[in-house]
Design a protein around this ligand. Structure first.
Ligand code: URA
Ligand code: SF4
Length: 194
């Protein structure tokens, strides 16, 4: 089966998912969007109000910032793949809970196994924490110290994949002065052949 079909198969499973409590309050599952052959995957936190309504990742204000950042390095959404750590919206946009992350991330792992990107960009602290733990990366610190850093996975199935720590685009929604900083971090991606 090709990547497109494998992703569709995975999407169908997620649409029916009731593994954690978030299924009860979601309007739509937000599975992911983009090119199945993408070399770069962006992983945000969780769907917000707009994403929940439409079932599309980053389709609200943070998404507008993400589009600006992508176009600053000559990329479009169609060139990349975008998804989140968890696929259903936490009520009132509360932080995702440990158990929800644990229940949901097997889907993210499946998406990554299908797409086989060479670069995974963590958007924000939840995503960064997940990948640092998941791959036992040696880097210690938070998004405020690690943003803009390229980290290497050295073991297992994903060895040779690079993890890039980036601020969550919503940061620039709350503080437009941060946009330049986000653009500078994004610029690091232009050194890769995407
Ligand atoms: N914030 C996220 O982390 N993901 C989305 O899809 C939208 C906003
Ligand atoms: Fe399933 Fe993930 Fe939605 Fe929870 S957040 S119901 S684990 S798809």
């Amino acid at each position: 089966m090709d990547k497109q079909n494998l992703l569709e198969e995975c999407r169908r499973d997620v649409m029916e998912c009731k593994r954690c409590v978030l299924w009860k309050t979601r309007k739509n599952v937000v599975f992911g969007q983009g090119k199945p052959e993408a070399r770069i995957v962006f992983v945000g936190e969780a769907p917000g109000y707009n994403e929940d309504l439409k079932g599309i990742p980053f389709c609200g204000k943070a998404g507008e910032v993400l589009d600006i950042l992508l176009s600053s390095i000559n990329l479009k959404r169609e060139d990349v793949y975008i998804t989140n750590i968890i696929k259903c919206r936490p009520p009132e946009n509360r932080d995702p809970e440990e158990e929800e992350i644990e229940k949901c991330t097997p889907y993210l792992e499946r998406q990554i196994e299908i797409i086989k990107p060479s670069i995974i960009c963590c958007l924000g602290r939840y995503s960064l924490r997940y990948f640092i733990n998941r791959f036992s990366l040696k880097e210690k610190g938070s998004i405020s110290t690690l943003h803009g850093r390229v980290m290497e996975i050295r073991e297992g199935l994903f060895s040779s994949v690079k993890i890039v720590a980036l601020y969550h685009p919503a940061v620039a929604v709350y503080d437009p002065n941060k946009l330049e900083l986000l653009k500078r971090d994004f610029h690091i991606l232009s050194r890769f052949n995407l």
